[in-house]
Design a binder for this molecule. Structure first.
Ligand SMILES: NC(=O)c1ccc[n+]([C@@H]2O[C@H](COP(=O)([O-])OP(=O)(O)OC[C@H]3O[C@@H](n4cnc5c(N)ncnc54)[C@H](O)[C@@H]3O)[C@@H](O)[C@H]2O)c1
Ligand SMILES: O=P(O)(O)OC[C@H](O)CO
Length: 333
């Protein structure tokens, strides 16, 4: 069997390990906390992140980066986006030569405004043809329950995308290939911000017209930025764009939507952070995406207003009023 190292034992790192195991790979998960590695090895369960779901025998876990990476020709990164830069140097000495690095992360780095593949390229100093991204409508719990889903594997080198597609194609998981890494990453990061916004609307008590309006204008906003930066607009109409946007904005399983909903109910940002251990990437990426849009000179009202709410400078109700009272304009630019 071919070996894959999955660095990060949270919900998605663990669920994607199950996909890889079902696809015929031997999987070694690196867990930041030893007790999580022990739970996976001894009870065949990640009781912190995916309780009650049995992990295949070909999945093991370790707290030791060297053991996780030894012999792995594919290395999957699944830590929170804002921690990637500080985590990567711990893994680099143990990477096999020519290993392919795959990002599962959906965020934009604060400060540098870099996508995760850009952070990997910079810190690991590897060719973009060895960096790939997996992104799509893939809520971890549903994937771990083996409910059918599709996704996108993107890499500038199409042959690498095809190799990865084969490695993660399983009875319940259907990956499509793409060479549009930029479009997939922006789609994945932006939908988290839109899901925060939709959650806020739901928390305020608004219904389906409101959420559908926000989802649609969120897609317009995402496509505007992605196209300005050079993405293929059709990527945003695909699984890593519209697909993920719909799943995340519609599902009570989404941490980003839930985070927004709690704000809509009147909790403060600090209270919401204190209520969960899991990452809601949009709460940080709203600021970096807003800055990226400003730098690119495009209008991004959802990112801008969500950032204002998360920064505590605006209430969720004021955000909704601000959307409706914006200057009238044509729908299609
Ligand atoms: N959960 C999903 O459904 C899902 C699906 C697709 C993509 N993603 C993306 O995958 C990435 C990881 O998300 P997740 O759902 O696995 O998150 P999670 O919150 O479930 O788990 C994060 C993992 O990273 C570890 N961690 C936390 N802070 C860390 C740090 N500073 N350094 C190292 N490790 C740290 C945690 O211990 C945990 O193991 C995110 O970018 C997320 O957007 C998640
Ligand atoms: O739970 P969320 O909001 O991080 O979303 C999870 C996935 O990205 C959905 O595809």
């Amino acid at each position: 069997m071919s070996k894959v190292a999955v660095l990060g034992a949270g919900s998605w790192g663990t669920a994607f390990s199950m996909v890889l195991a079902d696809g015929g790979n031997d999987v070694a998960i690196w867990a930041r906390r030893e007790e999580v590695a022990a739970s996976i090895n001894e009870r065949r369960e990640n009781s912190d992140y995916l309780p009650g779901l049995e992990l295949p025998r070909s999945v093991s876990a370790t707290h030791d980066p060297e053991r996780a990476l030894a012999g792995a020709d594919v290395v999957v990164l699944a830590v929170p986006s804002q921690s990637l830069r500080t985590n990567l140097p711990m893994f680099l000495p143990y990477l096999e030569p020519d290993a392919v690095l795959v990002s599962l992360m959906k965020g934009i780095e604060l400060g540098t405004l870099e996508r995760m593949s850009e952070v990997i390229r910079e810190v690991a100093d590897v060719d973009p043809g060895r960096i790939a991204v997996v992104s799509g409508p893939n809520l971890a719990k549903e994937i771990a329950r083996r409910e059918p889903a599709a996704s996108v594997v993107a890499c500038e080198d199409e042959s690498v995308a095809t190799m990865l597609q084969k490695r993660c194609h399983s009875p319940a998981f259907r990956p499509y290939t793409s060479v549009d890494v930029l479009g997939c990453e922006l789609g994945g990061a932006y939908k988290n911000v839109v899901a925060l916004c939709v959650g806020m609307a739901v928390g305020l008590g608004f219904g389906d017209n409101t959420t559908a309006s926000l989802i649609t204008r969120g897609l317009a906003e995402t496509a505007r930025l992605a196209m300005r930066l050079g993405a293929n607009p059709l990527t945003l109409m695909g699984l890593a764009g519209l697909g993920d946007l719909v799943a995340t904005c519609s599902s009570p399983l989404s941490r980003n939507r839930t985070f927004g909903e709690k704000l809509g109910h009147g909790m403060t940002v600090e209270e919401v952070y204190a209520s969960t251990r899991q990452v809601a990437e949009g709460a940080k990426s709203c600021s970096s995406i807003r800055a990226l849009a400003e730098k690119a000179g495009i209008d991004a009202p959802i990112a801008e207003h969500v950032d204002e709410v998360v920064a505590g400078r605006m209430t969720t109700a004021e955000m909704m009023e601000a959307f409706i009272s914006r200057d009238p304009k044509a729908e299609i630019e």
